[in-house]
Design a protein around this ligand. Structure first.
Ligand SMILES: Cc1cc2nc3c(=O)[nH]c(=O)nc-3n(C[C@H](O)[C@H](O)[C@H](O)COP(=O)(O)OP(=O)(O)OC[C@H]3O[C@@H](n4cnc5c(N)ncnc54)[C@H](O)[C@@H]3O)c2cc1C
Length: 388
């Protein structure tokens, strides 16, 4: 029966579910894999906790999709995963040893209940996952990553960096997409960042990075990046976009969540006629609205764009004494005080708009909930995945 044996796949699903305590099983699998294939250990960061959880979740989700007899999304997901894993240097040999280690670990785990039916189902699920990933990786002809050099590191605020790079080869992405990035300060710790300008044929890229308290990579980028650093960027993801033939647009950006929305606005600026775009750009303090001059320049030349700066606090903290004057330039809306979710919905539900949200997960979720409560249809609201 194999993949059609829903009962057996349900049993497999449950032992892989992190919420049902799959931690030890997944840890055993990785230990076995790294023991039989020493080169596999080098593919992963030292701290495996997140990797183990994501691995369990992904296999669990795959089992759910097979049980529900849905094929399209799992096939697309596994193929994308295989293409993405090329950036870690995963080879056919790694896939072969992974498959053996996973099957061996599961067989040992099931012990007495390992019968012909379960064996067939488990073999088929594992073969499907590994086969789709390695097949897609082999079929992909584009390079798995591309390197570039940091040209400039600006610090517009204490916590935010603007990093400008020139790639060795121009990077292809759509405005609004994000890319996996590896910086020299933290090898093998890939993080997603969203280019703040549309793709450039000369290879220039700009990122806006906010240092997250306790964050490993973001604090290193903001604290230590310098011209000459070599960054590695992999293939783009994401579908944040503006449909120019659709309704007017509401954009809500918290801090460096501005980056992909700014790239979309810059891309729209190529056209004379666009849907109206209203951007709310928010931060905690007025001084942290770091990119208002650029937004002002674009808005001053493009009547379809209006920008409302939003700060949670009315005045700046003492540490910002030397910062430039945070008064919004003439032509932008008066700065509003409050959290984005409240300020944006003070103007209504925006239900007739294409709605794009970007920023830290808590802000995106709060703004989405507030908009839906005001009547905006959930399907009109777009945002990137909230976690990497
Ligand atoms: C699709 C996508 C696009 C992104 N684009 C950008 C971008 O353009 N610019 C940018 O600065 N960041 C962006 N991020 C966030 C970025 O990828 C990292 O997650 C963030 O920089 C933290 O990484 P870290 O290694 O410093 O923190 P970690 O060491 O991974 O985490 C440390 C702590 O910080 C928390 N944390 C992780 N991310 C955030 C966050 N975003 N806000 C608040 N707390 C967090 C974690 O829960 C953990 O408790 C994006 C994330 C996603 C999913």
């Amino acid at each position: 029966m194999g993949l059609e044996d829903q009962d057996s796949i349900r049993i497999l699903r449950d032992v892989l579910d992190p919420d049902r305590g799959s931690h030890d099983l997944v840890a055993q699998f990785y230990s076995r894999w790294f023991a039989v294939d020493l080169t596999a250990r080098d593919l992963f960061p030292p701290d495996m906790a997140n990797q183990r959880r994501v691995f369990g979740q992904a296999l669990c989700w795959l089992c759910d999709e097979i049980i529900a007899q849905r094929a399209d999304e799992p096939v697309a997901f596994l193929a994308q995963l295989g293409r993405d894993h090329r950036k870690y240097g995963v080879t056919d040999q790694h896939y072969a040893t992974l498959q053996d280690a996973l099957l061996h670990t599961l067989r040992s785990h099931f012990e007495q209940s390992w019968d012909q039916r379960l064996s067939e189902a488990v073999h088929d699920v594992v073969a499907l996952a590994v086969g789709m990933m390695s097949g897609a990786a082999t079929a992909e002809t584009s390079p798995p990553f591309s390197d570039g050099t940091v040209l400039e590191h600006l610090r517009p605020t204490r916590d935010v960096s603007v990093i400008r790079l020139k790639m060795d080869h121009p990077l292809s992405y759509l405005p609004g997409q994000y890319v996996p990035v590896q910086v020299p300060q933290w090898p093998r710790r890939w993080r997603y960042l969203s280019p703040a300008i549309p793709a450039d044929s000369q290879g220039y890229v700009e990122f806006h990075v906010r240092s997250v308290p306790g964050g490993m990579v973001s604090t290193a980028i903001v604290g230590e990046s310098r011209p000459g650093d070599r960054w590695r960027l992999a293939n783009p993801h994401g579908g944040l976009h503006v449909d120019r033939d659709d309704a007017d647009v509401l954009m809500v950006a918290g801090s460096t969540g501005l980056a992909p929305l700014r790239a979309l606005i810059m891309d729209l600026a190529r056209f004379a006629a666009n849907p109206r775009v209203h951007l709310f750009f928010g931060a905690r303090f007025p001084c942290e609205l770091y990119d208002l001059p650029t937004l002002w320049e674009i808005a001053s030349m493009n009547s379809w764009l209006s920008v409302t700066p939003v700060a949670e606090h009315k005045t700046d903290p003492p540490w910002a004494a030397d910062y430039p004057d945070p008064t919004p330039p003439r032509g932008l809306h008066v700065r509003q005080i409050g959290v984005l979710a409240d300020v944006v919905t003070r103007y209504g539900g925006w239900g007739d708009r294409q709605i794009l949200l970007c920023g830290k997960p808590a802000m995106v979720l709060a703004t989405k909930a507030a908009l839906i409560a005001k009547g905006a249809p959930a399907e009109r609201i777009r945002h990137d995945p909230l976690a990497s």
